[in-house]
Ligand binder design. Sequence first.
Ligand SMILES: [Zn+2]
Length: 133
Amino acid sequence: MGNRCRTARARYDRLVHAPPLTITCDCGAAESVPYGERWRCGACGKTWDTAQIPRAEYEALLHGVRRYRLLVLGPPLLLAGVLVPLTIFSGVQFAFLLFMLVMAHALLVVPMARRRATARARERMPSWNLRPE
Ligand SMILES: [Zn+2]
């Protein structure tokens, strides 16, 4: 590998979006780059291409992100889909119920899902070696 290979590392601080890849250049400069895009280092002029990362490996990474997003956004949307029509047609007590359930989800389920996703990400933090062009 030698010192001409550098590591692209996935970042997990923005789990809600497709995680950008952090490329560290030979010269030490680092940049977050979306998958599939090229980055030309401003300090030394080397070009790094994240498309060198196999798509299947990046997709595997996205799978974990999507599962987390589904767990965080799915239940509140589902509850709203059921309880908002009930509020309109049957009464305001269902709006209160919706509020309580969404709060419970946000306080109980979301922190757990976040902890689990972060732990899993740390365990299997993927990194790839890129070649400059
Ligand atoms: Zn550089």
